[in-house]
Design a protein around this ligand. Structure first.
Ligand SMILES: Cc1ncc(COP(=O)(O)O)c(C=O)c1O
Length: 390
Protein backbone atom coordinates (compact mmCIF):
# COMPACT_ATOMS: atom_id res chain seq x y z
CA UNK A 1 0.00 0.00 0.00
CA UNK A 2 1.29 3.44 -0.85
CA UNK A 3 2.19 5.88 1.92
CA UNK A 4 -0.33 8.65 2.50
CA UNK A 5 0.93 11.88 1.05
CA UNK A 6 1.37 14.49 3.74
CA UNK A 7 0.50 17.97 2.48
CA UNK A 8 2.15 21.07 3.92
CA UNK A 9 0.07 22.63 6.70
CA UNK A 10 0.65 26.01 5.04
CA UNK A 11 -1.83 24.91 2.37
CA UNK A 12 -4.34 23.13 4.57
CA UNK A 13 -6.46 26.23 5.26
CA UNK A 14 -6.64 27.12 1.58
CA UNK A 15 -9.75 25.98 -0.27
CA UNK A 16 -10.12 25.71 -4.05
CA UNK A 17 -11.75 28.79 -5.60
CA UNK A 18 -15.56 28.79 -5.43
CA UNK A 19 -15.69 30.46 -8.84
CA UNK A 20 -14.98 27.31 -10.75
CA UNK A 21 -17.36 25.02 -8.88
CA UNK A 22 -20.57 25.50 -10.87
CA UNK A 23 -18.61 26.31 -14.00
CA UNK A 24 -16.95 22.89 -13.88
CA UNK A 25 -20.31 21.22 -13.26
CA UNK A 26 -21.76 22.99 -16.28
CA UNK A 27 -18.98 22.00 -18.69
CA UNK A 28 -20.21 20.28 -21.82
CA UNK A 29 -23.89 21.23 -21.44
CA UNK A 30 -24.79 23.61 -24.30
CA UNK A 31 -27.97 24.70 -22.55
CA UNK A 32 -26.11 26.28 -19.63
CA UNK A 33 -25.66 30.07 -19.59
CA UNK A 34 -22.69 31.17 -17.56
CA UNK A 35 -22.62 34.53 -15.86
CA UNK A 36 -19.87 33.06 -13.74
CA UNK A 37 -16.34 33.38 -14.98
CA UNK A 38 -14.61 36.76 -15.12
CA UNK A 39 -13.07 37.04 -18.53
CA UNK A 40 -14.07 39.06 -21.60
CA UNK A 41 -15.95 36.98 -24.19
CA UNK A 42 -14.18 38.89 -27.00
CA UNK A 43 -11.41 37.39 -29.12
CA UNK A 44 -8.09 39.18 -28.54
CA UNK A 45 -7.41 41.89 -31.20
CA UNK A 46 -6.20 40.46 -34.51
CA UNK A 47 -2.93 42.47 -34.47
CA UNK A 48 -2.16 40.87 -31.09
CA UNK A 49 -2.76 37.39 -32.46
CA UNK A 50 -0.62 38.19 -35.49
CA UNK A 51 2.24 39.40 -33.31
CA UNK A 52 2.19 36.17 -31.30
CA UNK A 53 2.21 34.10 -34.50
CA UNK A 54 4.99 36.20 -36.00
CA UNK A 55 7.09 35.82 -32.85
CA UNK A 56 6.77 32.06 -33.12
CA UNK A 57 7.56 32.07 -36.84
CA UNK A 58 10.67 34.11 -36.11
CA UNK A 59 11.81 31.59 -33.53
CA UNK A 60 11.20 33.82 -30.51
CA UNK A 61 10.38 30.74 -28.54
CA UNK A 62 13.20 30.78 -26.02
CA UNK A 63 13.72 32.15 -22.53
CA UNK A 64 13.56 35.91 -22.33
CA UNK A 65 15.23 38.09 -19.68
CA UNK A 66 13.66 37.20 -16.32
CA UNK A 67 12.04 40.62 -15.97
CA UNK A 68 10.55 40.43 -19.47
CA UNK A 69 11.72 41.63 -22.89
CA UNK A 70 13.05 45.18 -22.71
CA UNK A 71 10.73 46.29 -25.51
CA UNK A 72 7.72 45.40 -23.38
CA UNK A 73 9.11 46.96 -20.20
CA UNK A 74 9.84 50.14 -22.14
CA UNK A 75 6.32 50.12 -23.53
CA UNK A 76 4.89 49.74 -20.03
CA UNK A 77 7.02 52.59 -18.68
CA UNK A 78 5.79 54.73 -21.58
CA UNK A 79 2.19 53.83 -20.81
CA UNK A 80 2.59 54.76 -17.12
CA UNK A 81 3.98 58.14 -18.15
CA UNK A 82 1.28 58.77 -20.76
CA UNK A 83 -1.67 57.62 -18.64
CA UNK A 84 -0.59 58.91 -15.23
CA UNK A 85 2.53 61.04 -15.59
CA UNK A 86 4.46 58.42 -13.58
CA UNK A 87 8.12 57.71 -14.30
CA UNK A 88 9.40 54.14 -13.95
CA UNK A 89 12.79 52.91 -15.06
CA UNK A 90 12.19 50.00 -17.48
CA UNK A 91 15.49 48.43 -16.38
CA UNK A 92 14.73 48.22 -12.68
CA UNK A 93 11.16 49.27 -11.86
CA UNK A 94 9.03 47.21 -14.26
CA UNK A 95 8.52 43.46 -13.99
CA UNK A 96 6.57 41.33 -16.50
CA UNK A 97 4.73 38.45 -14.82
CA UNK A 98 2.43 35.52 -15.61
CA UNK A 99 -0.73 37.58 -15.31
CA UNK A 100 -1.62 39.97 -12.53
CA UNK A 101 -2.09 36.86 -10.40
CA UNK A 102 1.64 36.14 -10.27
CA UNK A 103 2.43 39.79 -9.60
CA UNK A 104 0.19 39.70 -6.49
CA UNK A 105 1.87 36.52 -5.28
CA UNK A 106 5.35 37.97 -5.83
CA UNK A 107 4.54 41.23 -4.08
CA UNK A 108 3.19 39.44 -1.01
CA UNK A 109 6.08 36.96 -0.97
CA UNK A 110 8.56 39.83 -1.16
CA UNK A 111 6.92 41.82 1.62
CA UNK A 112 5.47 39.50 4.24
CA UNK A 113 7.18 38.03 7.28
CA UNK A 114 5.33 35.39 9.31
CA UNK A 115 2.55 37.02 11.30
CA UNK A 116 2.50 40.29 9.37
CA UNK A 117 -1.02 41.57 8.83
CA UNK A 118 -2.34 42.36 5.39
CA UNK A 119 -5.45 44.50 5.00
CA UNK A 120 -7.56 43.03 2.27
CA UNK A 121 -10.93 44.01 0.76
CA UNK A 122 -13.76 41.64 1.67
CA UNK A 123 -15.55 40.67 -0.54
CA UNK A 124 -12.41 40.59 -2.68
CA UNK A 125 -10.72 38.86 -5.59
CA UNK A 126 -10.31 35.17 -4.74
CA UNK A 127 -6.49 35.13 -5.01
CA UNK A 128 -5.73 37.64 -2.27
CA UNK A 129 -6.38 35.62 0.85
CA UNK A 130 -4.74 32.37 -0.30
CA UNK A 131 -1.69 34.32 -1.44
CA UNK A 132 -1.43 36.09 1.91
CA UNK A 133 -1.64 32.73 3.70
CA UNK A 134 0.96 31.16 1.41
CA UNK A 135 3.28 34.05 2.21
CA UNK A 136 2.78 33.40 5.95
CA UNK A 137 0.73 36.55 6.52
CA UNK A 138 -2.49 37.17 8.38
CA UNK A 139 -5.40 38.52 6.31
CA UNK A 140 -7.39 41.30 7.98
CA UNK A 141 -10.67 42.01 6.21
CA UNK A 142 -11.63 45.52 5.18
CA UNK A 143 -15.40 45.22 4.63
CA UNK A 144 -16.98 46.58 1.46
CA UNK A 145 -20.58 47.24 2.44
CA UNK A 146 -23.58 47.79 0.19
CA UNK A 147 -24.67 50.74 2.41
CA UNK A 148 -21.43 52.42 1.38
CA UNK A 149 -21.82 51.41 -2.29
CA UNK A 150 -19.14 48.73 -1.74
CA UNK A 151 -16.49 51.38 -1.16
CA UNK A 152 -13.95 51.42 1.62
CA UNK A 153 -14.70 53.50 4.64
CA UNK A 154 -11.47 55.20 5.80
CA UNK A 155 -12.60 55.28 9.47
CA UNK A 156 -13.23 51.55 9.45
CA UNK A 157 -9.89 50.93 7.74
CA UNK A 158 -8.13 53.10 10.35
CA UNK A 159 -9.65 51.04 13.15
CA UNK A 160 -8.25 47.84 11.63
CA UNK A 161 -4.63 48.98 11.53
CA UNK A 162 -2.35 47.54 14.24
CA UNK A 163 1.38 47.43 14.91
CA UNK A 164 1.54 44.27 12.80
CA UNK A 165 -0.11 45.83 9.73
CA UNK A 166 2.35 45.92 6.88
CA UNK A 167 0.49 45.81 3.57
CA UNK A 168 -2.85 47.04 2.28
CA UNK A 169 -4.34 45.55 -0.88
CA UNK A 170 -6.60 47.85 -2.88
CA UNK A 171 -8.58 46.90 -5.97
CA UNK A 172 -10.60 49.52 -7.82
CA UNK A 173 -12.46 49.14 -10.15
CA UNK A 174 -13.44 46.25 -7.96
CA UNK A 175 -14.03 42.57 -8.44
CA UNK A 176 -16.62 41.33 -7.39
CA UNK A 177 -18.71 44.46 -6.72
CA UNK A 178 -18.00 46.73 -9.72
CA UNK A 179 -17.42 49.66 -7.35
CA UNK A 180 -14.86 52.42 -7.86
CA UNK A 181 -13.38 54.94 -5.44
CA UNK A 182 -13.59 58.71 -5.74
CA UNK A 183 -10.40 60.76 -5.94
CA UNK A 184 -10.94 62.00 -2.38
CA UNK A 185 -11.45 58.50 -0.98
CA UNK A 186 -8.23 57.29 -2.57
CA UNK A 187 -6.43 60.36 -1.28
CA UNK A 188 -7.69 59.52 2.24
CA UNK A 189 -6.43 55.94 1.99
CA UNK A 190 -3.10 57.10 0.57
CA UNK A 191 -2.67 59.50 3.49
CA UNK A 192 -3.39 56.69 5.89
CA UNK A 193 -0.83 54.44 4.17
CA UNK A 194 1.81 57.16 4.54
CA UNK A 195 0.95 57.93 8.18
CA UNK A 196 0.91 54.26 9.20
CA UNK A 197 3.85 53.25 7.01
CA UNK A 198 1.97 50.70 4.92
CA UNK A 199 2.98 49.35 1.53
CA UNK A 200 0.04 49.21 -0.87
CA UNK A 201 -0.49 46.58 -3.53
CA UNK A 202 -2.83 48.38 -5.89
CA UNK A 203 -4.55 45.94 -8.21
CA UNK A 204 -5.65 48.03 -11.17
CA UNK A 205 -6.40 45.31 -13.74
CA UNK A 206 -9.82 46.86 -14.51
CA UNK A 207 -8.43 50.41 -14.94
CA UNK A 208 -9.80 50.70 -18.49
CA UNK A 209 -13.21 49.16 -17.83
CA UNK A 210 -15.12 52.14 -16.49
CA UNK A 211 -18.51 53.67 -17.31
CA UNK A 212 -20.30 57.02 -17.20
CA UNK A 213 -17.06 58.94 -17.81
CA UNK A 214 -15.63 57.88 -14.46
CA UNK A 215 -11.87 58.41 -14.39
CA UNK A 216 -9.30 55.99 -13.02
CA UNK A 217 -6.75 57.34 -10.54
CA UNK A 218 -3.60 55.27 -10.22
CA UNK A 219 -2.69 54.97 -6.55
CA UNK A 220 0.99 55.66 -7.19
CA UNK A 221 0.14 59.21 -8.33
CA UNK A 222 -0.96 60.26 -4.83
CA UNK A 223 1.36 62.18 -2.56
CA UNK A 224 3.98 59.95 -0.95
CA UNK A 225 2.70 56.82 -2.70
CA UNK A 226 5.00 56.18 -5.64
CA UNK A 227 7.66 54.55 -3.53
CA UNK A 228 5.30 52.60 -1.30
CA UNK A 229 3.01 51.22 -4.02
CA UNK A 230 3.25 48.14 -6.18
CA UNK A 231 0.90 48.77 -9.08
CA UNK A 232 -0.39 45.45 -10.40
CA UNK A 233 -1.84 45.38 -13.87
CA UNK A 234 -2.49 42.95 -16.69
CA UNK A 235 -3.31 42.51 -20.36
CA UNK A 236 -6.03 40.00 -19.48
CA UNK A 237 -9.05 42.26 -19.13
CA UNK A 238 -8.05 45.35 -21.15
CA UNK A 239 -7.26 43.37 -24.30
CA UNK A 240 -9.21 40.14 -23.69
CA UNK A 241 -5.90 38.28 -23.37
CA UNK A 242 -6.55 36.10 -20.31
CA UNK A 243 -4.98 32.99 -21.86
CA UNK A 244 -1.78 34.78 -22.84
CA UNK A 245 -0.93 35.19 -19.16
CA UNK A 246 0.83 38.53 -19.28
CA UNK A 247 0.67 40.87 -16.34
CA UNK A 248 3.11 43.27 -14.74
CA UNK A 249 4.17 45.15 -11.65
CA UNK A 250 5.46 48.71 -11.39
CA UNK A 251 7.19 49.80 -8.21
CA UNK A 252 10.28 51.09 -6.45
CA UNK A 253 13.44 49.31 -7.47
CA UNK A 254 14.26 47.51 -4.17
CA UNK A 255 10.84 45.92 -4.15
CA UNK A 256 10.84 45.02 -7.84
CA UNK A 257 14.31 43.47 -7.36
CA UNK A 258 12.98 41.22 -4.59
CA UNK A 259 9.94 40.26 -6.64
CA UNK A 260 12.22 39.51 -9.57
CA UNK A 261 14.33 37.20 -7.37
CA UNK A 262 11.24 35.19 -6.56
CA UNK A 263 9.86 35.30 -10.14
CA UNK A 264 13.18 34.03 -11.47
CA UNK A 265 12.95 30.87 -9.38
CA UNK A 266 9.20 30.33 -9.79
CA UNK A 267 8.57 31.10 -13.46
CA UNK A 268 11.95 32.09 -14.97
CA UNK A 269 10.13 34.37 -17.40
CA UNK A 270 6.73 34.96 -18.94
CA UNK A 271 5.85 33.11 -22.17
CA UNK A 272 7.98 34.67 -24.93
CA UNK A 273 5.46 34.92 -27.85
CA UNK A 274 2.88 36.28 -25.39
CA UNK A 275 5.26 39.11 -24.48
CA UNK A 276 5.52 40.12 -28.14
CA UNK A 277 1.74 39.97 -28.37
CA UNK A 278 1.58 42.32 -25.37
CA UNK A 279 3.92 44.80 -27.09
CA UNK A 280 1.53 44.79 -30.08
CA UNK A 281 -1.42 45.38 -27.74
CA UNK A 282 0.28 48.45 -26.24
CA UNK A 283 1.45 49.86 -29.55
CA UNK A 284 -1.64 49.10 -31.63
CA UNK A 285 -4.95 50.98 -31.80
CA UNK A 286 -6.82 51.16 -28.51
CA UNK A 287 -10.23 51.17 -30.18
CA UNK A 288 -10.64 47.46 -29.39
CA UNK A 289 -10.89 48.24 -25.68
CA UNK A 290 -13.15 51.24 -26.23
CA UNK A 291 -15.56 49.16 -28.32
CA UNK A 292 -15.51 46.32 -25.83
CA UNK A 293 -16.30 48.69 -22.95
CA UNK A 294 -19.17 50.19 -24.94
CA UNK A 295 -20.66 46.74 -25.39
CA UNK A 296 -20.13 45.94 -21.68
CA UNK A 297 -21.97 49.15 -20.91
CA UNK A 298 -25.05 48.01 -22.88
CA UNK A 299 -25.05 44.72 -21.01
CA UNK A 300 -24.48 46.48 -17.68
CA UNK A 301 -27.65 48.49 -18.11
CA UNK A 302 -29.61 45.45 -19.21
CA UNK A 303 -28.41 43.35 -16.28
CA UNK A 304 -28.87 46.06 -13.71
CA UNK A 305 -32.34 47.18 -14.80
CA UNK A 306 -33.70 43.66 -15.22
CA UNK A 307 -32.23 42.38 -11.93
CA UNK A 308 -33.65 45.34 -10.11
CA UNK A 309 -37.11 44.51 -11.45
CA UNK A 310 -37.05 40.92 -10.24
CA UNK A 311 -38.75 40.55 -6.87
CA UNK A 312 -36.19 39.82 -4.14
CA UNK A 313 -33.11 41.18 -5.93
CA UNK A 314 -31.47 44.50 -5.12
CA UNK A 315 -28.65 45.65 -7.29
CA UNK A 316 -26.55 48.82 -7.37
CA UNK A 317 -25.45 50.07 -10.78
CA UNK A 318 -21.79 49.01 -11.07
CA UNK A 319 -19.37 51.70 -12.22
CA UNK A 320 -16.48 49.56 -13.35
CA UNK A 321 -15.25 46.06 -14.29
CA UNK A 322 -17.90 43.69 -15.70
CA UNK A 323 -19.66 42.45 -12.61
CA UNK A 324 -22.89 43.24 -10.80
CA UNK A 325 -23.14 42.23 -7.15
CA UNK A 326 -26.79 41.72 -6.26
CA UNK A 327 -28.30 41.39 -2.81
CA UNK A 328 -30.36 38.17 -2.59
CA UNK A 329 -30.85 38.07 1.18
CA UNK A 330 -34.64 38.16 0.82
CA UNK A 331 -34.64 34.60 -0.46
CA UNK A 332 -33.43 33.41 2.91
CA UNK A 333 -30.85 30.96 1.53
CA UNK A 334 -27.08 31.09 1.76
CA UNK A 335 -25.64 32.63 -1.41
CA UNK A 336 -24.15 29.25 -2.33
CA UNK A 337 -27.50 27.49 -1.98
CA UNK A 338 -29.23 30.21 -3.98
CA UNK A 339 -26.61 29.97 -6.77
CA UNK A 340 -27.19 26.19 -6.75
CA UNK A 341 -30.95 26.78 -6.97
CA UNK A 342 -30.60 29.00 -10.08
CA UNK A 343 -28.31 26.45 -11.64
CA UNK A 344 -30.47 23.40 -10.87
CA UNK A 345 -33.70 25.11 -11.85
CA UNK A 346 -32.68 27.11 -14.92
CA UNK A 347 -29.07 26.21 -15.76
CA UNK A 348 -27.77 29.70 -15.08
CA UNK A 349 -24.32 29.92 -13.52
CA UNK A 350 -23.63 32.74 -11.07
CA UNK A 351 -21.05 32.98 -8.30
CA UNK A 352 -21.98 32.91 -4.62
CA UNK A 353 -20.85 36.11 -2.92
CA UNK A 354 -19.37 34.03 -0.09
CA UNK A 355 -16.69 32.83 -2.55
CA UNK A 356 -15.19 36.31 -2.16
CA UNK A 357 -15.16 36.34 1.64
CA UNK A 358 -17.65 36.35 4.50
CA UNK A 359 -18.79 39.91 3.74
CA UNK A 360 -19.98 38.65 0.36
CA UNK A 361 -22.54 36.36 1.99
CA UNK A 362 -26.07 37.24 0.89
CA UNK A 363 -24.99 38.36 -2.59
CA UNK A 364 -24.50 36.83 -6.02
CA UNK A 365 -21.92 37.99 -8.53
CA UNK A 366 -23.12 38.23 -12.12
CA UNK A 367 -20.51 38.64 -14.82
CA UNK A 368 -21.75 40.39 -17.93
CA UNK A 369 -18.74 39.38 -19.98
CA UNK A 370 -21.23 37.21 -21.89
CA UNK A 371 -23.11 38.06 -25.12
CA UNK A 372 -26.02 40.50 -24.75
CA UNK A 373 -28.64 37.98 -25.89
CA UNK A 374 -27.34 35.39 -23.47
CA UNK A 375 -27.48 37.87 -20.62
CA UNK A 376 -31.08 38.62 -21.60
CA UNK A 377 -32.02 34.97 -21.75
CA UNK A 378 -30.29 34.27 -18.42
CA UNK A 379 -32.40 37.03 -16.87
CA UNK A 380 -35.61 35.53 -18.32
CA UNK A 381 -34.64 32.23 -16.79
CA UNK A 382 -33.79 33.80 -13.43
CA UNK A 383 -37.19 35.49 -13.44
CA UNK A 384 -38.80 32.08 -13.99
CA UNK A 385 -36.75 30.49 -11.26
CA UNK A 386 -37.82 33.20 -8.83
CA UNK A 387 -41.52 32.78 -9.73
CA UNK A 388 -41.42 29.17 -8.61
CA UNK A 389 -39.19 29.81 -5.57
CA UNK A 390 -40.82 28.96 -2.28
C1 LIG B 1 -9.16 41.92 -9.33
C2 LIG B 1 -8.35 41.00 -10.16
N1 LIG B 1 -7.02 41.06 -10.08
C3 LIG B 1 -6.22 40.27 -10.79
C4 LIG B 1 -6.77 39.33 -11.64
C5 LIG B 1 -5.81 38.45 -12.34
O1 LIG B 1 -5.90 38.41 -13.69
P1 LIG B 1 -4.71 37.83 -14.58
O2 LIG B 1 -3.89 36.94 -13.73
O3 LIG B 1 -5.39 37.10 -15.68
O4 LIG B 1 -3.94 39.01 -15.04
C6 LIG B 1 -8.15 39.20 -11.75
C7 LIG B 1 -8.76 38.16 -12.59
O5 LIG B 1 -9.93 37.85 -12.53
C8 LIG B 1 -8.98 40.07 -10.99
O6 LIG B 1 -10.31 40.02 -11.05
Amino acid sequence: MSRRVRIATRLSGIKPSGIRRLFDLAQGDPDVISLGVGEPDFVSPSHVLEAAKQAMDEGKTHYTPNAGILELREGLAKKAKKDYGLLYDPQSEVLVTAGGTEAIFLALTALINPGDEVLVPNPGFVCYEPNILMAGGVPVSMPLCEENSFRLNANVVTSLITDRSRVMILNFPNNPTGSVLSYDSIAGLAKLAVERDLIVISDEVYEKILYDNVKHHCLATFRGMRDRTIVVNSFSKTYAMTGFRVGYALGPKELIASMLKCHQYVAACTNAPAQYAAVAALEGPQTFTENMVQEFDRRRHLLHSRLDEIEGFQCLLPQGAFYAFANVKEFGLSSEKFADYLFDKEKVVTVAGSSFGEHGEGYLRFSYATAYDKVREALDRIENAVKTFN
